[in-house]
Design a protein. Structure first.
Length: 256
């Protein structure tokens, strides 16, 4: 492996985290400028990583998940080239969207080759989600008609963080609860911290008022707790399960 590769991989992970964080924080936008900036940033990062590959400074990596994403990105292009689209603009937009998903996935494959980098990224992502969850609950209690207390929106009476759609917010939360619970089950030293983070995320989903989202988050959380208990010794399993259920019940009671 090239000696410069680990450093470049960490840089790619940092840039990808900034891009995804920006995408989350601008989820309130109903215009095209926010997703367009995210897509442009992804394509620029892909170009940078490709240049490093050509220079031999980055180790090339491939995963089969890239193939269906590439096919999805190419299909709208073929539709337009064959004049088979009823709405060419929307078809080109879909091509750009799938190309950006492909680019982001390829960047992630290059960036997370090192387990340490991947673990740190996951932890940082869960921390970011927890901050969003806390802000979302505070915003719901002190809503002044503005998203993030700054941006006025007429789409929904009360936003959850940067999300105008409550179901979308719950989907966001569902991405990070599994990481928090899994880390709690595998890291007894920081179990309280990870379980508390999971409880904050769960509470914010309940506080959102999305019935479908709340049901799905609850079901996901219970399944993950059961899965996390598999293979544990009886004493540690009892301790983890009791703490997890207690914290989640307290969180749902406070949020509800």
């Amino acid at each position: 492996m090239n000696s410069d590769s680990p450093q470049i991989e960490r840089q790619l992970a940092l840039v990808l985290g900034i891009i995804l964080g920006f995408a989350v924080l601008t989820a309130w936008s109903q215009s095209l400028w926010a997703p367009s900036l995210v897509q442009a940033a992804i394509f620029v990062t892909v170009a940078f990583a490709a240049a490093q590959l050509l220079r031999g400074k980055l180790t090339k990596r491939f995963k089969w998940i890239l193939l269906p994403l590439a096919a999805a990105a190419c299909w709208p292009v073929f539709q337009n080239l064959l004049h088979a689209s009823a709405y060419p603009f929307a078809t080109w937009t879909a091509a750009l969207n799938w190309a950006s998903y492909l680019g982001a996935t390829w960047i992630a494959i290059q960036a997370f080759a090192q387990k340490t980098v991947a673990r740190q990224f996951r932890s940082a992502a869960v921390g970011f989600a927890a901050v969003i969850a806390i802000q979302a609950m505070l915003q719901r209690l002190t809503f002044n008609g503005k998203v993030l207390w700054i941006i006025r929106s007429h789409i929904t009476p009360i936003a959850m963080g940067p999300f105008l759609n409550y179901d979308h917010y719950c989907t966001f939360v569902e991405l990070f609860i599994p990481i928090a619970l899994w880390n709690a089950s595998r890291n007894s030293r920081h179990m309280w911290a990870w379980l508390s983070t999971a409880a904050i995320l769960y509470a914010s989903a309940i506080a959102s008022g999305s019935r479908a989202g709340s049901v799905l988050v609850t079901f996901e959380t219970l399944v993950l707790i059961v899965v996390a208990l598999v293979g544990k010794q009886r004493r540690s399993a009892l301790r983890f399960g009791t703490l997890a259920i207690t914290l989640l019940l307290c969180a749902s009671f406070i949020a509800g």
